[in-house]
Structure formats: structure tokens, C-alpha cells
Ligand binder design. Structure first.
Ligand code: HEC
Length: 159
């Protein structure tokens, strides 16, 4: 009986995965140790557009200077990680409540500057990915066109 209960969900997993394709089992586009391998490119900033949370941005080291200089376009492979913290965590030192990430892939999504987006849980489990319409509706807006569909607001934002 107990064994049956243990086997049940495991046996169902492949079916659930099929139903959720294409996001099932996807790999995060940034490494687990990004805090020691990526460069911090913002302070802890309050975000109105990202669910009233505090956010902190990291970029892969090869692209950090280009990101800070707002190069347009950013280099192929640029990978941006946005950590999200509770709305009262104004030092971004508490628990991470989620991640948004983006990787520059030539030809992937021309309407939103070829960003491959990911929406992830705090444990980096991928919830949604790809050419996510809700992300592109902001990042693909004309307002961000001059900065390669990234938002300038948080750069050089340290008090
Ligand atoms: C309502 C508009 C809006 C939506 C929707 C939105 N973003 Fe953003 N995003 C912003 C703004 C503005 C910033 C600048 C930081 C801030 O204020 O949060 C930003 C910052 C980011 C950054 C940091 C890099 C940068 O400077 O742009 C990433 C990565 C990101 N968003 C990914 C996503 C993903 C993935 C989604 C969809 C799951 C998404 N965003 C949906 C407006 C939006």
C-alpha cells in the first residue's frame, strides 16, 4: 500500500511532463553558482513593473560591461538574471522569492530583440520559457528599443 502510493506519482510524472511541454524539465539558462560567476550590475532596487518586489540584476561576466554601457545590441549569449525579493526586503539579503532571466539568441524572437525568457521558482525550476508574450509585451515595447529590449531603470542605480 505504502509502496503503491510512492509509485503512483512517480509513474504519473512522464504524463504530467508531456502535458506541460515544452517547459517540462528545462534547464535554467544561468548556473547555480551565478553569485560567484556572474557580475552584479545593479543595487537592490524596488520594481513597480515586476510585481512590487525588490530586484537585483546579475549578468554573465563577458557581457557585464556592455550591459552597463547600454550597448545596442548586446552581445550574443548575454545572460541576465533578475533575483526577486519580498517587497519589504530593501537590502535584497532575505530569501529569494523567484527569478526572471533572459538570454540573447540571434534570430530567436525578432520582435523582442531575440531574448529567450525564463520565469523560475526560487530553486531555479523553470516555470515558463521561450518567447513569453507577457514578457515581450513590456520588453519589446518601443520604450526599450534603444537598449536592446532591456530596461534602463535599474542600471547605475546605486544610491
Ligand atoms: C510590466 C512590464 C514588464 C513585464 C511584463 C516584464 N518585465 Fe522584465 N523588466 C521590466 C522593467 C521596468 C525592468 C527593470 C527593472 C525593474 O524595474 O523591475 C525589467 C527587468 C528585467 C530583467 C533585468 C534586465 C533588464 O534590465 O531588463 C529581466 C531579465 C527581465 N525583466 C525579465 C523578464 C521576464 C522573463 C518577464 C516575463 C516572465 C518579464 N521580465 C516581464 C518590465 C517588465
Amino acid at each position: 500500500m505504502t509502496g503503491g502510493l510512492r509509485r503512483g506519482p512517480a509513474a504519473l510524472a512522464p504524463l504530467v511532463c508531456l502535458a506541460l511541454l515544452p517547459s517540462c524539465g528545462s534547464d535554467p539558462i544561468f548556473p547555480e553558482d551565478y553569485r560567484s560567476t556572474f557580475s552584479p550590475v545593479s543595487c537592490c532596487v524596488y520594481s513597480i513593473d515586476h510585481n512590487l518586489q525588490y530586484v537585483k540584476i546579475w549578468v554573465n561576466p563577458e557581457s557585464a560591461a556592455a550591459y552597463l554601457a547600454s550597448d545596442n545590441p548586446l552581445p550574443e549569449g548575454t545572460t541576465i538574471v533578475k533575483e526577486e525579493y519580498d517587497g519589504d526586503d530593501d537590502t535584497c539579503t532575505g530569501t529569494i522569492v523567484g527569478f526572471k532571466a533572459a538570454r540573447k539568441e540571434a534570430g530567436f524572437a525578432p520582435d523582442s530583440c531575440d531574448w529567450f525568457f525564463q520565469d523560475l521558482k526560487p530553486n531555479r525550476h523553470v516555470l515558463r520559457e521561450g518567447d513569453i508574450g507577457s514578457c515581450a509585451s513590456c520588453h519589446g515595447d518601443a520604450m526599450y528599443a534603444a537598449t536592446d529590449c532591456t530596461a534602463l531603470a535599474v542600471r547605475n542605480s546605486c544610491p
